[in-house]
Design a protein around this ligand. Structure first.
Ligand code: AGP
Length: 606
């Protein structure tokens, strides 16, 4: 989604503004721009394409000035064109604005402003903002009040930053339902949609809340309420991540780096305070109805959680995709919703949590980004501590969330009496063994996965099948290969296949089957039946499995033999294999691994 950056300094800012939006590229974008204030007012440069290319073409770094704002745009209203890129300006060009979010009443505002003679140049919703501020200025309001009056007229979601010729020493900004964070430096201050905008320069941040605006100079910042202009006392929050963590560290892509960081993220997820985990387990049990929610990958994480909660603890906590939650679920004050989100800013998930708040439903969230909206909104938060995940494709964050949900399921099992203390110990030990299993797998099996991808990535249509806990894994694996390699893969329960989709089976449609361990006898046998059904119809089967028997079977057209792992964690090993497969498939097909087309890291719009 769009990324906002701002720097107010007493030295030139354009070079660092460029670095800053490059650090926000991972959020997803299609165009970018910059406005730097000099003696003539804001000078705006913008265009479509990669930041580096636009910067070169538009000579970003030749802009000279001590105050500037920059933006990466992910188009929502209006096509991907140079004129739709941000910043947008007032008619007289003295006010320049960047925006993240969607202004739902922009149509009526635009009509009103046009009637008053404002000339619009773009098709965006954003452009109403500079014109609205200009209109209030014309009406006699001083700049600060004009800025706030304009923001108060906006419906929808926004994080807005403005520079203006008449007050060239600072940046004005404000937010509602889209993230905005102020960074505090030495003789200079910063603004960003997230910490990555300024993590290279400072580790001190002030997180803005909905309904707040701020005026930032190089040596001060003042946060006030949009409703009445009263000052708000803000806490300075230390950022625990460092700039190094956000670099590729020798890997060709962030995705591969982040896949390789997974042993560490598991260790971090296992180090989360036991009491926080038990607290969530208790909430699950005590609620009249408990649901786990997320969207995209985090919905599949939630689904995996549902399976573990049911099987380990006998707790029913259906996973519901956040984008459909409000329309398809009933909930009230006695219920409990656990949200899962890497960014903590996802619109669909926040929509559920905000409504839950309104209905007095107890909420909790598991998030990765410190200070994110979700972390601040819910009753209980678990910070997963996975470190920055830069690749748009979620890998390490999702695995950490799965570990945390398995821990919740185990503790819920103890609370419901299904798991004895001795069993609990055993299960925790199995989780603790996972980092070594993953490291071993990544070191020894990467070559096999790469060759498998080279052999099979040219097949464009896949069924990804799994039973039980391997079903959410199949769904998530299918999403991975769709997102990064643009291969069509339909995730499905293996048992569901025979109820219709089996009609598609022929020699061209490939099936990737996630086979449970032989120890899970019933599940293993049922999955084998599905493989037989596919083979009987002339289908082709690739299997990810750890079975010596299956290794020798003539049923498989292709296979990846996985290292042995206890049933509790074996599905996670299959997932890591699928992540790696998707990565190598994308590399084989020459795709843009870290920034796949049309995707954004944090999806903050409806
Ligand atoms: C993950 O690979 C995806 N790009 C996407 O599905 C993501 O998981 C989803 O948008 C939810 O994001 P969140 O975890 O930040 O809430």
């Amino acid at each position: 989604m769009c990324g906002i950056s701002g720097i107010i300094s007493n030295t030139s800012v354009s070079r660092r503004l460029l670095d800053s939006i490059q650090n926000l590229e991972y959020r997803g974008y299609d165009s970018c721009g910059m406005a730097v204030i000099n003696s003539h007012g804001p000078i705006v440069r913008k265009n479509v394409g990669h930041v580096a290319e636009v910067a070169e073409k538009e000579l970003f770094t030749s802009l000279d000035g001590h105050v500037g704002i920059a933006h990466t745009r992910w188009a929502t209203h209006g096509g991907v064109t140079p004129v739709n890129a941000h910043p947008h300006t007032s008619c007289d060009g003295t006010i320049a604005v960047v925006h993240n979010g969607i202004i739902s009443n922009y149509g009526e505002l635009k009509a009103r402003l046009m009637k008053k003679g404002h000339i619009f140049r773009s098709e965006t919703d954003t452009e109403v903002i500079p014109h609205l501020i200009e209109e209030y200025r014309k009406g006699g309001l001083p700049l600060e009040r004009a800025f706030v009056a304009a923001l108060n007229e906006l419906d929808g979601s926004f994080a807005v930053a403005m520079v203006a010729a008449e007050e060239p020493w600072g940046i004005f900004c404000g937010k509602h339902e889209s993230p905005l964070i102020i960074g505090l430096g030495q003789n200079e201050n910063y603004l960003g949609s997230d910490f990555n905008a300024f993590i290279e320069y400072t580790k001190n941040a002030v997180v803005m809340e909905d309904g707040e605006y701020a005026i930032i100079t190089h040596e001060s910042y003042a946060v006030k309420r949009m409703s009445n202009g009263e000052p708000v006392n803000k806490q300075v929050m230390p950022i625990e991540w460092d700039a190094e963590m956000s670099k590729k560290g020798g890997f060709p892509h962030y995705m591969l780096k982040e896949i390789h960081e997974q042993p560490r993220t598991v260790i971090k997820a296992l180090a989360i305070d036991e009491n926080a985990i038990i607290n969530l387990a208790r909430r699950m049990i005590e609620a009249r109805r408990a649901n786990v929610t997320g969207v995209g990958t985090t919905y599949y994480v939630a689904q995996l959680g549902q399976y573990y909660l049911a099987s380990e603890a006998g707790v029913s906590a259906p996973a519901v995709s956040a984008d459909e939650f409000l329309e398809g679920s009933a909930f009230g004050p006695e219920d409990f919703i656990l949200a899962v989100s890497q960014s903590g800013e996802t619109y669909d998930t926040l929509r559920v949590l905000r409504e839950a708040k309104r209905r007095k439903t107890r909420t909790a969230a598991m998030v990765n980004v410190i200070g994110s909206t979700m972390a601040r909104l819910v009753d209980d938060v678990v910070m997963q501590g996975s470190g920055p995940e830069i690749c748009v494709i979620s890998t390490k964050a999702a695995l950490a969330q799965m570990i945390i949900l398995i821990r919740i399921a185990i503790e819920a099992g103890v609370l419901t009496g299904r798991i004895t203390p001795a069993d609990r110990k055993q299960k925790i030990k199995q989780l603790e063994a996972l980092p070594d299993i993953i490291s071993g797998f990544l070191n020894e099996y990467s070559g096999f996965v790469h060759t498998l991808a080279q052999r099979t990535a040219h097949h464009h249509n896949w069924l990804y099948l799994g039973r039980g806990r391997y079903y959410p894994i199949a769904l998530e694996a299918a999403l991975k290969v769709k997102e990064v390699a643009y291969l069509h893969a339909e995730g499905m329960p293996a048992g569901f296949l025979k109820h219709g989709t089996i009609a598609l089976i022929d020699e061209k449609l490939k099936s990737l089957v996630f086979v449970p361990t032989e120890k899970e006898e019933e599940l293993y046998n049922m999955t084998m039946s599905s493989i037989e059904e596919i083979k009987a119809r002339g289908g082709s089967v690739t299997a990810f499995h750890s079975s010596r028997t299956l290794q020798r079977s003539k049923l498989l057209d292709d296979q990846l033999m996985l290292p042995a792992a206890p049933p509790l964690v074996a599905p996670l090993v299959s997932l890591i294999a699928a992540q790696l497969y998707s990565y190598f498939a994308a590399v084989t097909l020459g795709k843009n691994v870290d920034k796949p087309r049309a995707l954004a890291k944090s999806v903050t719009v409806a």
